[in-house]
Design a protein around this ligand. Structure first.
Ligand code: ZN
Ligand code: ZN
Length: 341
């Protein structure tokens, strides 16, 4: 089969590699779509390190090509599926306590990780999530990032019909917006880019705000009887975003830091304010199997409509180009589409 193999930073080679075979209890999946996420972009630029060579890609969907009988039955050939490709050990403390996003053995050398940038993949049956009827394979490639937003909003403790502020309207900010609507939330979105603000409004934001031209905390408070947002998700690594988040939430406000940083910014809040206002500042990364299942169901029920976030599709042969397109802030998600070969 063909696969895009990252051999060194900025070196993605289209290689002929052996087609995997489904081992005991494994499923062979013919891949159809794979999202190009920031993880792949960071691997490609070298900002994130993993043992190379490696086939990147972790937001994949496809069709079951062969199923090896596991102890609990098989998933029939031809079943359309979404794949959970960030493997967790299932044995460490975090895995055993329902916090597998914090698994200490993720991405370790010698483990099978990622692999979505190939024609086929063999995975454990537990990594395979059959799709509800009516969910397209292209949309199913969003199960993984949507699951990360579900984890993030759970960490932010978003309640029914609350006010949520999402800082940053890139693909992850906008997916937070879509998932928050499932909670009946009223969503404020902040981004300096007018095109992204327009996209947020198109996707049903209550208000989109320019954090440069406007006083973000003041604008949010004007619409919430002076209180501020009940919860806030920070998806932009800009340092000012942290200050805005702290100043824009209500008493008992919950802030989830979703973005990753290349530096280590300090939190712009004093302990007495946290004490008096019960401000909660937390973070989240990744998702659990439960979040993944909920993402597949929300997508399948038509509650989270991600099609407007697909900016372009690319092919295996043009993947390096696709990666660069994914890094262009004018684009949302770029998908690897195997049919495009
Ligand atoms: Zn991702
Ligand atoms: Zn683990």
């Amino acid at each position: 089969m063909k696969a895009a193999v990252l051999t060194a930073p900025e070196r993605l080679e289209l290689q002929e590699v052996p087609t995997p075979v489904a081992g005991d209890g494994e499923v062979l999946v013919k891949l159809e779509y794979c999202g190009i996420c920031t993880l792949e972009q960071r691997l490609y630029t070298g900002a994130m390190k993993m043992p190379l060579p490696l086939i990147p890609g972790h937001e994949a969907s496809g069709v079951v090509a062969a199923s090896n009988k596991g102890p609990f039955g098989t998933i029939p050939e031809g079943t359309p599926v979404a794949l959970d490709l960030v493997t967790r050990c299932g044995e460490c403390y975090y895995c055993r306590t329902g916090q597998s996003n914090l698994c200490v053995n993720r991405f370790q050398n010698g483990r099978k990780v990622l692999g979505g940038f190939a024609e086929y993949i063999a995975v454990a049956a537990k990594q395979v999530f059959p799709l509800p009827a009516g969910l397209s394979l292209a949309e199913a490639a969003f199960a993984e990032p949507v699951a990360c937003c579900i984890r993030s909003l759970k960490k932010a403790g978003l309640g029914l019909a609350e006010d949520l502020l999402v800082i940053g309207a890139g693909p992850m900010g906008l997916m937070h917006l879509l998932v928050a609507h499932c909670y009946g939330a009223r969503v404020f979105v902040s981004d300096p880019d007018p095109a992204r603000r327009a996209k947020a409004m198109e996707l049903g934001a209550f208000l989109s705000l320019d954090p440069i031209a406007e006083d973000l905390p003041k604008a949010v408070k004007e619409h919430t009887e002076g209180r501020g947002a009940d919860a806030c998700v920070v998806t932009s690594p800009a340092h000012e975003a942290l200050k805005s988040a702290v100043d824009s939430v209500s008493k008992n406000g919950r802030i989830n830091i979703y973005t990753s940083y290349n530096d280590r910014p300090a939190l712009p809040v004093d302990a007495n304010t946290v004490h008096r206002e019960q401000t909660l500042i937390t973070g989240s990364e990744g998702r659990t199997e439960h979040d993944f299942l909920q993402a597949v169901r929300l997508l399948g029920f038509g509650k989270v409509r991600v099609a407007p976030l697909i900016s372009a599709c690319t092919s295996l042969a043009k993947l390096a180009e696709g990666l660069r397109a994914a890094m262009n802030p004018a684009n949302y998600r770029v998908l690897l589409e195997h049919k495009a070969e």
